[in-house]
Design a protein around this ligand. Structure first.
Ligand code: DAH
Length: 342
């Protein structure tokens, strides 16, 4: 038995020297202390030993068991410790490293300016109304005094969905709707997208943004329109920007005009953005046509009003010196992230 113990101990010694992982120690535990292991084997043999020798031999076996258990335990602890140290070393955090910047989203520059415009006009007493992008021919054209065969319809190439339904070509489609549903005084703005079937180029796109304004009350005059435009544009640019009002024709206003501002890109000297005129058109405007008031159930003998439609995209291009309208929809973060984030 003694010899047997010595052999097992030697074998155990070799094994434990080679055990370099927690798993290996567990395997040794099974191999030496498990049911089929040598210690259990010896316990069986113990039954055959004479009663006199039994206590001594029993003690040898028991000592061996305690010895193996202790050795396995302490080796396991050492290995666990080593593994943890290795892991910690690997995961070491260098607190002096600069932090990684988190990407923070922001408003698109068009939304940003649109919100600015809305804020200013709310400050001037207008309230906000939204109209549908997909609308009927009636609200986009007919109610605005464009009869079906009116040549002015050619001014705007329309995306028709069917003979009667279309993508609105201007935010003026809100006018008749608001008049039908409200009694004057009416003082509203309608921001939104508009669509035109045009060739995409640096200056024009198939969709862009407008903010419509409509004010109807007793005794509204052309002077009120000019003053409101003046105040609004100065507030938007933050200084007294030079303006020019040109007579123009829109079927839904009389008189009608176009609003130009001094080209900020070339300070009026002439550049490709202003087509070398020194001026940029930013809005159409006018006094609401009596027929349009009638279509909205408003008596033109009693009330008058003004309206304008401001193009936002062109305005942003001027304000931020952007030479190509297409960059707004290309989603290039290098472009988008240059603008104010608020
Ligand atoms: N709806 C016109 C357009 O898109 C712009 C416009 C002109 C709007 C005159 C108006 C207006 O409200 O009075 O070209």
């Amino acid at each position: 038995m003694k010899e047997n113990i010595a052999t097992v101990r030697r074998e155990f010694e070799t094994d434990i020297q080679q055990a370099k992982s927690v798993q290996a120690i567990e395997n040794l535990h099974v191999k030496y202390l498990g049911k089929k292991g040598p210690i259990q084997q010896m316990m069986k043999v113990l039954r055959e030993v004479t009663p006199e020798e039994r206590p001594e031999v029993g003690k040898w076996i028991n000592d061996l068991k305690v010895e193996f258990t202790n050795r396995l335990d302490s080796t396991l602890q050492t290995l666990l410790h080593q593994e943890e140290n290795a892991k910690l070393l690997e995961e070491k955090i260098d607190v002096t490293l600069p932090g990684r910047r988190r990407f923070i989203g922001r408003k698109h520059i068009l939304t940003h300016v649109m919100d600015e415009v809305i804020d200013i006009l709310i400050g001037m007493g207008f309230s906000v109304q939204y109209g549908p992008d997909i609308d009927s021919d009636y609200y986009n054209y007919e109610a605005l005094n464009f009869p079906p065969d009116h040549p002015a319809r050619d001014m705007q190439d329309t995306f028709y969905i069917n003979a009667n339904v279309l993508l609105r070509t201007h935010t003026s489609n809100i006018q008749a709707r608001v008049m039908e549903q409200n009694k004057p005084p009416i003082r509203i703005i309608a921001p939104g997208k508009v669509y035109r079937n045009e060739a995409i180029s640096a200056r024009s796109h198939v969709f862009f943004h407008q903010v419509e304004a409509l004010y109807i009350n007793k005794g509204v005059t052309f002077a009120d329109l000019l003053k409101a435009l003046d105040i609004f544009l100065n507030k938007l640019f933050g200084f007294e920007i030079e303006k020019r009002y040109r007579p123009s024709y829109f079927p839904f206003v009389e008189p009608g005009l176009e609003v130009d501002i001094r080209c900020l890109v070339c300070a009026g000297h002439g550049c490709p953005i202003c087509k070398h005129t020194g001026w940029l058109e930013v809005a159409g405007a006018g006094m609401v046509h009596p027929e349009v008031l009638k279509n909205g159930d408003i008596d033109p003998e009693e009330y008058s009003g003004y309206a304008w439609g401001l193009g936002i995209d062109r305005l942003v291009m001027i304000k931020y010196h952007i030479p190509d309208i297409r960059v707004f929809t290309q989603n290039d973060l290098r472009f988008l992230s240059q603008f104010p984030s608020a």
